[in-house]
Design a protein around this ligand. Structure first.
Ligand code: ZN
Ligand code: ZN
Length: 404
């Protein structure tokens, strides 16, 4: 299963082609699996695989002991390295596995300062990933602290096993031929995507017992799903798993109230049971039962973090939600639930978007920010009705699932 998963990440995730460079970012706890990915990448013809290890324990030691100014800067040479590799056509694979509570005792100001410093430094590189100018993918594998957060009532070993099982199921690795299963899956997602693109909705109305929000989509918006394509036309899957069909809201045309339906892990802290109120696209009020301060730091990152940059439709019934697990990991939780993102839009979600200049973005209703953070809003009583430009109303979601 591990070999299959490693191969899937290389072949379907970043889809490494002969002579390409791969940057592989991994927690040290995931070394055994990471070595398998390195091997698969070379077997696929990679020229060079750069592995970048991270260690949460060291991160925590730094946050608790380093001087304040440490968190106001991000090494320029790291940012330049990423940008250089992206420019040269390299690919990026991240193994994302965090202890959701890692930074719970750290001063939130330190965290948000570092978030801002790193986001600013990495912005040129992110402009490649946000517009699919390079191939990138995110996958997860269990770590002990994460597994114990998801399954607190069993032993660490059992928690690890359970999380592995869930991940294999959600990523279709447990399927006889996962690469083929993903082809099929991408095809299914495409049929939903085509329906949304063909109808060219002007407005979406989200309604459930807790949420009541209308959102206009900008003219020329594009729904995307599953596989993306780099400038050479080579496909890749940026998220594994993925169940979403996503686009961008009009930056200034979101109104109403939206309530979260799953906990959101943001920079080592959990935010839960929160509500955002929008007027003309802007978050004008918010509350949170848990993690209010963290949410506040997120929303106040910059001007763009007061607006939305993504709308994603995910049926309540999916392999991930069928596991009935709250993963405390956005890669999984966002793919079990309709979600929005605070912050930057994907420029590929509007016609000509990747060529838009920064000063033109507002005019087209495209949001830009240092941050992009998904949060989950889907539920089994969520209805979504779309209104087309010629004023036809079409039910898109009924009771949490696709209505067509
Ligand atoms: Zn999304
Ligand atoms: Zn997103």
């Amino acid at each position: 299963m591990l070999n299959k998963y490693a191969k899937l990440a290389v072949k379907v995730g970043v889809n490494i082609q002969p002579n390409e460079t791969l940057v592989l970012r991994s927690p040290i706890e995931c070394a055994e699996f990471t070595r398998k990915v390195v091997k698969e990448a070379y077997l696929a013809g990679a020229k060079k695989v750069h592995v970048e290890w991270s260690d949460e324990e060291c991160t925590l030691i730094e946050y608790l002991n380093a001087p304040d100014e440490t968190f106001n800067e991000f090494p320029k040479w790291t940012a330049e390295k990423y940008e250089d590799i992206a420019k040269e056509g390299g690919a990026f694979l991240t193994i994302y596995a965090q202890n959701p509570d890692l930074l719970k005792d750290v001063d939130p100001k330190r965290i948000s300062n570092f978030q801002k410093a790193s986001a600013k430094a990495l912005k040129p590189w992110r402009s490649y990933t946000l517009s699919d100018k390079c191939k990138w993918s995110i996958i997860s594998i269990p770590t002990e602290s994460w597994a114990k957060k998801v399954f607190p009532d069993v032993s660490t070993k059992e928690a690890m096993d359970k999380l592995w099982d869930a991940i294999f199921k959600c990523t279709r690795v447990d399927n006889g031929d996962p690469i083929k299963a993903w082809e099929e899956h991408n095809k299914n997602l495409k049929s939903k995507m085509d329906f949304l693109n063909d109808n060219n909705f002007k407005t979406l109305h989200f309604k459930s017992s807790k949420t009541d929000l209308t959102m206009d989509l900008p003219e020329g918006h594009i729904w995307q799903s599953g596989a993306s394509f780099d400038p050479k036309g080579v496909s890749f899957n940026a998220n594994m798993p993925t169940e979403e069909v996503f686009s961008m809201p009009h930056k200034f045309k979101v109104n109403g109230v939206v309530h979260s339906t799953k906990p959101l892990v943001y920079s080592g802290n959990v935010i839960d049971n929160f509500e955002l109120t929008f007027k003309d696209g802007k978050i004008i009020d918010f509350k949170a039962e848990k993690g209010f301060e963290t949410l506040s730091e997120l929303i106040n990152t910059d001007e763009g973090s007061h607006y939305l940059g993504e709308v994603a439709l995910v049926p309540f019934k999916s392999p991930i939600s069928d596991t009935n697990i709250v993963f405390f990991n956005t890669l999984f939780d966002e793919n079990a639930s309709c979600h929005f993102a605070i912050g930057s839009a994907y420029k590929g979600c509007i016609k000509g978007g990747t060529d838009l200049k920064n000063e033109e973005l507002d005019k087209y209703g495209v949001n830009d920010s240092l941050t992009h953070v998904d949060f989950m809003i889907g539920s089994n009583d969520m209805d979504i009705v779309g209104t087309t430009f010629d004023n036809q109303k079409i039910q898109i979601f009924k009771d949490g699932n696709w209505a067509f």
